[in-house]
Design a protein around this ligand. Structure first.
Ligand code: BG6
Length: 463
């Protein structure tokens, strides 16, 4: 066994989000967001019908939770601000209860030596904006810029790293193409408009930040699903290029290179799928916007092959017209979530970042393993999650390798701190360093939490 040492000052922590952890209490002034609405009005789409009301109660339990973070050695945590808590209605007025809550949380974290990484948007659009067209409506971009400015003003003195969005592709893809998130639309052109508007909102958020005197950093968190074609045959390689173009480069090139890929524009024009409302001013803003720090969420690879049959061209246009997914024989699966486990990809991601987008400091902002029915692994009052420890070690091994070769990676955040509610899956997949007992609300450290404490103390893993 060797000790793999990480760079001095490495960020060790975990990530969560407001809607997934906070919960709400009567009188706190929080407005409704799309998840509060969807989980009550479309309850059967959510695992066991569990709504946003049943969370790990960070809103009331934050003092003890920060102590729990410190107890496993975390030196940083990413969470998000709930937009509909801070600005509960269309008037744009700020909710003082929300200011009090977030200031208390971030101050307490700092006092405990836990650096606050704060994200502005983690899928939870206020319902008053969704009702007016949500991210399809340019007014939402204006509202977002106002919200971002309020956050910088109210919490700027307490936050070390800001992020404009978590996984900006998801509201477009899951909400407007794949029928997974509210408003459950299936229309590529509308999805493309949503993605473009979110990118513009990101740019306006960065611009609002640049107008402040804050010395913290601003960045964005991207969901990266690296593409692996079945073979080196030209048709499989082409399938891989198309999957990467639609699901990764469409976004990453815009954010990190300041322009949409020409190949993407060409294919969208060919199939008449260009979003209708894209202005020259917006494209100029995208070209001018630079971030300080990039977060990479990595869970799984995407294996693809050339299509074996023609897509149904009468149906809705889709990136899947250009590739098929490939169930590679022998791949390792996380059966709870139905996704492949492939730690080597973290090395590949680092290499690709260095090659395609050089010079951007980055960190792993989410990585982890969700397990269904995790209570079966409880022994002596503790979840014996050796599978999680192995998973984390393997991923950290490949991350370490990339860092040794010069990749500018500054930290690693596990998803997540305490088992949390998730979009559609609710509490199906448990991810935390702490177990949440849904019936009693009790939180108990898992074996992986204890292991993590040793990792942070040594700034190293034994592998
Ligand atoms: C990530 C999201 O992609 O996946 C998180 O950023 C989410 O918000 C996580 O909770 C896990 O998802 P699930 O559906 O397996 O619980």
């Amino acid at each position: 066994m060797t000790k793999l040492q990480f760079p001095k000052g490495f960020w060790w922590g975990a990530a969560t989000s407001a809607t997934q952890s906070e919960g709400t209490v009567p009188g706190d002034g929080k407005g409704e967001n799309i998840w509060d609405y969807a989980s009550t009005h479309y309850r059967n789409r959510f695992f066991n019908g569990v709504t946003t009301a049943q969370t790990s109660r960070f809103y009331v339990d934050h003092e003890a939770d920060v102590e729990r973070m410190a107890a496993i050695g975390m030196n940083s945590l990413r969470t998000s601000i709930s937009w509909s808590r801070l600005i509960p209605d269309a008037s744009g007025q700020v909710n003082p209860e929300a200011v009090r809550f977030y200031r208390a949380v971030f101050s307490q974290m700092k006092a405990a030596g836990i650096s606050p990484f704060v994200n502005l948007f983690h899928f939870d659009l206020p319902m008053y904006l969704q009702n007016e067209g949500g991210w399809e409506n340019k007014a939402t971009i204006t509202a977002y810029a106002h919200y971002a400015a309020v956050c910088f003003e109210q919490f700027g003195d307490l936050v070390d790293h800001w992020f404009t969005f978590n996984e900006p592709m998801i509201p477009a893809e899951a909400g407007y193409l794949h029928d997974r998130h509210y408003p459950f639309v299936v229309d590529f052109k509308r999805a493309a408009q949503v993605l473009h508007n979110i990118i513009v909102a990101h740019c306006q958020g960065v611009a609002a930040f640049r107008q402040t005197q804050l010395t913290s950093t601003i960045g964005i968190i991207m969901d990266v699903i690296p593409v692996y074609p079945r073979s080196q045959n030209p048709a499989d390689l082409k399938a891989g290029e198309m999957a990467d173009l639609f699901y990764t480069r469409s976004l990453n090139d815009a954010i990190l290179k300041g322009r949409y890929p020409e190949e993407l524009v060409a294919v969208l024009q060919k199939y008449d799928q260009m979003p209708g409302a894209v202005t020259a001013d917006e494209l100029a803003l995208i070209a001018d916007t630079k971030i300080d720090l990039l977060g990479i969420n990595y869970y799984r690879p995407r294996r693809v092959k050339a299509r074996e049959s023609e897509p149904n061209r009468e149906g809705v246009f889709s990136p899947e017209w250009f590739f098929d997914s490939y169930d590679m024989p022998g791949r390792r699966m996380n059966t709870s979530r139905g996704i492949e486990i492939y730690p080597e990809a973290l090395y590949d991601i680092a290499k690709k970042l260095d090659r395609d987008y050089p010079g951007v400091p980055w960190f792993v902002s989410e990585n982890g393993i969700g397990i269904q029915d995790e209570e079966q692994f409880i022994k002596d009052g503790m979840v014996q999650d050796d599978y999680r420890i192995e998973f984390l070690k393997e991923h950290l091994y490949y991350l370490h390798k990339a860092i040794q070769e010069g990749s500018h990676c500054l930290g690693y955040h596990m998803w997540t701190f305490v088992d949390c509610w998730s979009w559609m899956n609710a509490y199906k997949n448990r991810y935390g360093f702490y177990r949440l007992d849904l019936a009693t609300g009790e939180k108990t450290v898992k074996k992986s939490g204890q292991w993590f404490k040793q990792v942070v103390a040594a700034n190293a893993i034994d592998y």
